[in-house]
Design a protein around this ligand. Structure first.
Ligand code: G16
Ligand code: MG
Length: 208
């Protein structure tokens, strides 16, 4: 029963992981290697640059910093083509109902995402209006499991970490919430995210 909610974006509100995967796979293929769904799992919640570093290492490919910037831009342009087509129908099950319920209960609501495209995605899916504060990849330099993104969200909401409940689908995100002194609900299949305080398949399960 905490007064503030902080939501991760990818995997909690929308399933952008499939778009990220498609764009990264296209890039890897262009560089001459393949990239699996299992590997994509390891990129959840990981920033764009760090994701690229991992992928290049998997493919055994070395690039200069300038080339990396170019590759990251290429991937992001493909990703944005897919994001451009997003609508409210791309929201994960129960998201709209849960956000409405949270609003009705007077919760303070923030976004805590590693994505630099987060504001655009909230806009495309029509849920930007629910958020009192947005913290995204443009503002934080330390990736989850560092708690910076969530602590920054708490600060913007003017609440203490202990007042926050985080919703996360990634192991690194759950660790970040715990490191920040916050409670965390994991979003995932049974058996996933053992460190979370509770686990649900999607936010719809929390709609009364
Ligand atoms: C999301 C995704 C990651 C992605 C990251 C950065 O994090 O899970 O796969 O690499 O954002 O995204 P962008 O390239 O749009 O800046 P989150 O924290 O919303 O789960
Ligand atoms: Mg996520």
């Amino acid at each position: 029963n905490r007064p503030a909610y902080i939501f991760d974006l990818d995997g909690v509100l929308v399933d952008t992981a499939v778009f990220h995967y498609e764009a990264w796979k296209r890039l890897a293929n262009e560089l001459g290697f393949d990239f699996t769904v299992a590997q994509n799992e390891q990129l959840k919640g990981v920033s764009r640059v760090e994701s690229l570093e991992k992928i290049l290492a998997w493919g055994g490919v070395e690039k200069t910093d300038a080339e990396k910037l170019e590759l990251a831009k290429k991937k992001n342009d493909w990703y944005l083509e897919m994001v451009a087509k997003m609508t409210a129908s791309d929201l994960l099950p129960g998201v709209l109902a849960f956000l409405e319920q949270a609003r009705a209960e007077g919760k303070k609501i923030a976004l805590g995402s590693a994505s630099k495209n987060a504001p655009l995605i909230l806009d495309k899916t029509g849920i930007a209006r629910f958020f009192d504060a947005i913290v995204d990849g443009n503002e934080v330099s330390l990736s989850k499991p560092n708690p910076e993104v969530f602590l920054c969200a708490a600060r913007k909401l003017e609440v203490q970490p202990a007042d926050c409940l985080v919703f996360e689908d990634a192991e690194a995100g759950v660790a970040a919430a715990i490191a920040g002194g916050m409670a965390v609900v994991g979003i995932g299949e049974e058996g996933a995210l053992p460190d979370a305080d509770a686990l649900v398949a999607n936010l719809g399960k929390l709609v009364k």
